[in-house]
Design a protein around this ligand. Structure first.
Ligand code: ATP
Length: 444
């Protein structure tokens, strides 16, 4: 018999159906048993009148919450049932898998007359058993939203002649900065895990692909224990050719995010508010932009925030956070492009203007960096010189070759998908990932 999803079962009144899923809730009393069955589309009540169906009683006696069952029965209307006013009256219940008592508390359980209150397990305990934690409505909603988010961005780009590519993650030389790279054994020599698809995105420009994007893993050997850093995350990276300046890159990103948030707001806005208690705000175009030096001036003037001169070439974490307050007060906006970083703090492949200032930006959303973007240096000689200045000429020799035989002007950016999810739903990074990886976390 073909399986019916719960979302379809609730409107299948009068029909005999097969539903399959986890036991979300179980109440087993002397005469009646009530099972709430949950699949990825919703929940439905299974009601058993024990006296009328003694053959079902042995299965019910074995059941526990989170066990997996297959139920064949009739969908019957019942106004007393809270879940959509229908219930399934089963003719058979097959146990696919019995769940032992759960090792974590996914939610806090308030005290009852008979039982003490149970505290919610910490996020680290829940990650130990992440597959059990991921069964909750909130987590499953989160991944439906993340799927929609990535899909929306993908469609936006496909409609504008972008190609989706898949670049290698095993690379022969420690790239970019040389730091923060994982070294792995590669037969009789060493390889490195890609810190970003940067070099290969640019190779695609030299290949004449013109517009490309990639959604893929990014590895960072950073020992940061913050609520926004992880050693492996998913990057949404894109690169496109024949731009006039990095302004084109910023415009592309602002439009991409506005489009995506518009779709998310429409499809999930009210559920996000209900479940995560936060509003999805669709931004207006253009996004506000400020020069880094001006931002520091503003933060000092408005909030008395000062930093040492030596730190002013980059955004400090505090400045990042404060900039959210500033951009909301000044523009009523949640996004802020910051430009004018110090060349010393930026990658060698960012194109620089006549004053040596990198033609790139960071995008800050709700006080957290979500993107670095730039026009790239595509002129071989200049690029080689900039690499040499950072002492990287040898390491990036293979990459420099991409620019020797013709390459269009281009630029691009990378967005961290996990950061987007986390900021959209007001969570920490560990909560927002399918499975977090950090300095002390390689399992499960
Ligand atoms: P940060 O300053 O926050 O450490 P970064 O400057 O190293 O970030 P980039 O190299 O520009 O970041 O990477 C592009 C994007 O990838 C970032 O804007 C962010 O969204 C995401 N990202 C970078 N590092 C991490 C990380 N360790 N964990 C999760 N996401 C990250």
């Amino acid at each position: 018999m073909e399986r019916t999803y719960v979302s379809d079962a609730v409107s299948a009144v009068g029909r005999r159906i097969l539903v399959q899923g986890f036991v979300d809730n179980l109440r087993d009393s002397k005469n009646m048993a009530f099972i709430v069955l949950k699949d990825i589309t919703g929940k439905i009540q299974i009601t058993i009148e024990k006296e009328a169906h003694p053959e079902l009683c042995p299965a019910i006696a074995q059941l526990s919450e989170d066990s997996v069952i297959s139920v064949i029965g009739n969908v019957t209307p019942n106004d007393y049932v809270k879940l959509n006013g229908v219930e399934v009256i089963p003719e058979s219940i097959r146990i696919e898998s019995v769940a032992e008592a759960l090792p974590i508390a996914r939610k806090a359980i308030p005290a009852t007359k008979k039982k003490k209150a149970v505290e919610r397990s910490s996020i680290d305990q829940r990650i130990d058993y992440r597959w059990i934690d991921l069964r909750t409505d909130e987590n499953q909603l989160m991944f439906q939203i993340q799927t929609a988010m990535v899909n929306s961005m993908r469609q936006f780009l496909l409609n504008q002649n972008f190609l989706e590519i898949h670049t290698p993650k095993l690379i022969g030389a420690a790239s970019e900065s040389g730091a923060d790279v994982f070294e792995v054994k590669y037969f009789d020599r060493n390889a490195y895990l890609a810190q970003s698809p940067q070099f290969y995105k640019q190779m695609a420009m030299a290949s004449g692909f013109e517009r490309i994007f990639e959604v893929g893993p990014v590895f960072r050997a950073e020992k940061s224990n913050t609520n926004r850093h992880t050693t492996e995350f998913t990057g949404f990276d894109l690169e496109f050719s024949y731009i006039d300046s990095y302004q084109d890159v910023m415009d592309m990103e602002a439009k991409l995010l506005t489009h995506m948030l518009g779709e998310i707001s429409q499809r999930f806005g009210s559920r996000i508010k209900e479940t995560f208690g936060t509003d999805v705000i669709v931004p207006t175009l253009p996004f506000p932009t400020i020069d880094l030096a001006d931002l520091y001036e503003e933060l000092e003037k408005k909030y008395g925030y000062t930093v040492d001169e030596s730190e002013k070439g980059d955004l400090t974490t505090w400045a990042e956070q404060l900039s959210y307050r500033w951009v909301r007060q000044t523009y009523g906006h949640e996004f802020l492009f910051v430009t004018g970083f110090d060349a010393e703090k930026r990658a060698f492949y960012h194109m620089r203007d006549e004053n040596g200032v990198p033609m790139g930006y960071d995008l800050i959303w709700r006080g957290v960096e979500i993107t670095t973007g730039a026009q790239r240096e595509h002129r071989y000689d200049v690029l080689k010189k900039q690499a040499a200045e950072k002492g990287l000429e040898e390491d990036v020799r293979f990459y420099l070759e991409f620019f020797k035989y013709g390459c269009p002007p281009h630029g691009g950016f990378g967005i961290g998908i996990d950061r987007l999810t986390m900021l959209l739903l007001n969570l920490g990074i560990k909560d927002a990932m399918f499975l977090f990886r950090g300095p002390n976390r390689l399992h499960p």
